[in-house]
Design a protein around this ligand. Sequence first.
Ligand code: NAD
Length: 249
Amino acid sequence: MELLKDKVALVTGGTRGIGYSIVKTYLDNGAKVVLCGSKQETADKAVEKLKAENPAYDVEGIAPDLTSYESVEKAVKYVADKYGRLDIIANNAGISSNTKLYDYDPADFDKLMLINVNSCFYTTRAAAPIMKAQGGGVIINTSSMVSIYGQPAGVAYPTSKFAVNGLTKSLARELAPDNIRVNAVAPGVTNTDMVVNLPEQTRKYICAQIPLGRMGEPQDIANAFLYLASDLGSYVTGEILSVDGCARA
Ligand code: NAD
């Protein structure tokens, strides 16, 4: 079933991990996808890998600077001009932190907020007028289970995800009259580069705390991005959808 037939999607952080799975899942469901990487080289590599899996995929890679509104606006306009529309934005790019407060460089706090929060505002600010003019669209942000309880170090990360929730809930209300749905997915611990370097003992400990008994796989998260992007989620907006094996409980 092609749930996103002929839809045009922009996915940030689409080169690996959760973002790569979102891109592949959207492509498998008939969408045309423009993925963003932090460098053109990594974006090109991801596209190459996808095309090797299926040469029919309609996918290209770009590398806007997500911390610059000017650069993001240019990227959004590029997509809308080239494909004639922009239906879905998956704001997935993000960085994490585990730094203790006493060691925290304030510049690192600013950098994390720019990537995790400002980029979501920038893409939405640039895309919303285009979506409104075409009759609607969907924005999906990436939150985290730490947006519920915080975490005991790396304060910028949970702070950024609380902000993502606020942005999501507020913009959902503001943009609903324009038929633009705004939601977030809140993954639990997910098996990507973000957690791959954890010692085996830590991974085991983490899994023991998760009621479903395992980490999430990128595909588990991508499935939620598919649901929210498609008409299956047509009456869902302002939602922070936890996909965490009940780890938040
Ligand atoms: P990852 O590190 O594997 O991938 C992160 C992606 O973000 C990459 O594609 C990278 O290119 C992109 N990115 C990072 N910095 C960037 C920058 N400055 N400019 C442009 N792109 C940049 O991480 P992941 O685990 O796939 O995480 C994806 C999202 O899911 C993030 O928002 C993260 O906070 C969130 N998340 C992950 C987990 C987890 O356990 N992995 C849990 C909760 C939420």
